[in-house]
Design a binder for this molecule. Sequence first.
Ligand code: THU
Length: 134
Amino acid sequence: MTDLDLIDAARQAASYSYSPYSNFAVGAALRFADGTVVTGTNIENASYGLALCAETVAVSKAMADGVRGGLEAVAVTGPGDMPITPCGRCRQVLNELAQLGGTDPVILCVGPDEVRRTTLSALLPDAFGPASLT
Ligand code: THU
């Protein structure tokens, strides 16, 4: 699974977005060390503040299936004019899974004309995580 395939998987996930309130369909795709890909999309609610972000849905799907590490790359797609970066809460949620497996995943922030390639540690420096509680 190449980075472009991962981006395609995120775009595909975004096609299932339930975002009637924002009309802002986001897709996320997580790639793990064993090649597994888990996707998510944003799920909104009539009680607006309860919206679930695409990245958080993807991490929840993976962890609910028993995954606890090996997160190597994350692609995030959105409909806007600029590469979409994970929101603060999603950075923290991604960090939990990444730290459990001791990885610093590449984050592919996808825009219409460019893919901004960064890392989770760059997006969330000095992260609070599982190790912080010991
Ligand atoms: N959203 C995501 O799914 N991920 C992010 O990282 C940023 C925002 C969603 C939440 C909401 O459904 C819509 O985008 C507009 O904020």
